[in-house]
Design a protein around this ligand. Structure first.
Ligand code: ADP
Length: 395
């Protein structure tokens, strides 16, 4: 395999405390294939020439060692300065609770111990130089995930979901948890999306399609890829030889490769307007600093006065009338979540309504509080771009 160009901002030499990219692989619930995605992405990134580490942060149900063929129960070696030497499999450096306890014995740990182990896994492991460190989070949106997200400078998180569970509710909960601690959502991976026929290799969509795309759209985050249901993935996981090695030409392996490429070049990563901010529009306090970066679909700057909200994008400047902004609210009170039909009667909205406060929601949206007291709307970047003000059309 030819090593590819390393990350653009990666210095070529010298020890580093942290890898260039630290990406968490998360899911709202278990069994959606999160660990399988993490293992296959790690291996394909290593095959693409990146120096990759993988932390099995699922302390209660570590499955990564089994998926990569690393024997459980053998305590890892230590360096003289008491750093843990990670196992290495398929070109990936791996640390997992399974290596300490044996992979079929979930660790029984109380909260503070979880934090301690997680910190150790990232900071006290002899990773050497890494380009990318993937963290396979435990499923859900609880304390462990928050601990990780807060303790480490995560570049962002990838949310894995299946077509059945791509309900707005689960994904929203996950996003809220991550946005609380300002972890950018790099995108959504829809897994087990269609069936790959073992004899002809054709992919048939046995569940409804497009769930991942809909959810990514509605939340304003990218859909990174769709991985078909493939029995060979289960075999790969059981045998310790991931699909990207066992069947690199299969549709699923190609889907993993495409996702890895997107993550490696940083598409979907955060650039543009600096977050977080909490801007009191009336006093001007907390106004977000404009960003110099171009070529992004995130705003570069925001202004707000009596004429409305002015958003400078890389390719245009958009002016949104304050009342149009209020009428475009997509919160559950203003718009039916399922059908998307408006519930808000425009006649009830005052002509002089204005935003009082504007704040960042993760790296993908704005929250707005209006002079009529309404404050539950979240405006994703793509939703904002879609708002057409009559005034703006004439500009
Ligand atoms: P999670 O980490 O979300 O709990 P796992 O990665 O452990 O889920 O996967 C659960 C099961 O689903 C495993 O047996 C795995 O081999 C299987 N699996 C994952 N992705 C696929 C897929 N695309 N097609 C078929 N089986 C899959």
């Amino acid at each position: 395999m030819n090593p590819q160009k390393s990350f653009s901002n990666s210095p070529s030499a010298g020890p580093r405390a942290h890898p260039e990219r630290m990406i968490a692989i998360a899911s709202g619930k278990g069994g959606v294939g999160k660990s399988t995605v993490a293992a296959n992405l790690a291996v394909i990134l290593a095959r693409q020439g990146f120096r990759v580490g993988l932390v099995d942060a699922d302390l209660y149900g570590p499955s990564i060692p089994g998926m990569l063929g690393i024997p459980g129960g053998t305590p890892p070696a230590m360096t003289p300065d008491k750093k843990v030497i990670p196992a290495e499999a398929h070109g990936v450096k791996v640390i997992s609770m399974g290596m300490l306890t044996g992979d079929d014995r979930p660790a029984i740990l109380r909260g503070p111990m979880v934090t301690k182990y997680l910190r150790m896994f990232v900071a006290q492991v002899e990773w050497g130089e890494l380009d990318i460190l993937l963290l396979d989070l435990p499923p859900g949106t609880g304390d462990t995930q928050l601990t990780l997200a807060q303790a480490f400078p995560l570049t962002g998180a990838v949310v894995v979901s299946t077509p059945q569970d791509v309900s707005l509710k689960i994904a929203r909960r996950g996003l809220r948890m991550l946005e609380q601690v300002n972890v950018p959502i790099l995108g959504i991976v829809e897994n087990m999306s269609g069936f790959t026929c073992p004899s002809c290799g054709e992919v048939t969509h046995i569940f409804h399609r497009g769930g991942g795309e809909r959810i990514a759209d509605s939340l304003g985050v990218p859909l990174l890829g769709i991985i078909p249901l493939d029995p060979a993935i289960v075999d790969g996981g059981d045998s310790g030889v991931p699909l990207v090695v066992a069947a690199p030409d299969s549709p699923a392996a190609k889907a993993y490769a495409a996702i890895a490429e997107t993550l490696a070049v940083g598409k979907g990563a955060a650039v543009g307007l600096r977050v977080p901010f909490n801007w009191n529009v009336t006093t001007g306090e907390g106004r977000p600093a404009p960003a110099p970066d171009a070529a992004t679909d995130r705003p570069l700057s925001l202004d707000c006065d009596a004429t409305g909200l002015t958003i400078r994008w890389a390719d245009c400047t958009q002016q949104i009338d304050p009342r149009d902004l209020r009428l475009a609210c997509r919160c559950a009170a203003c718009r039916d979540e399922v059908s998307g039909k408006p519930l808000l009667n425009p006649a009830t909205i005052a002509l002089d309504v204005t935003p009082n406060r504007i704040w960042s929601v993760g790296n993908y949206a704005l929250g707005v509080a209006f002079s009529d007291g309404h404050n539950s709307g979240i405006y994703t970047w793509s939703a904002l771009r879609g708002i057409e003000s009559p005034e703006a059309e004439n500009v």
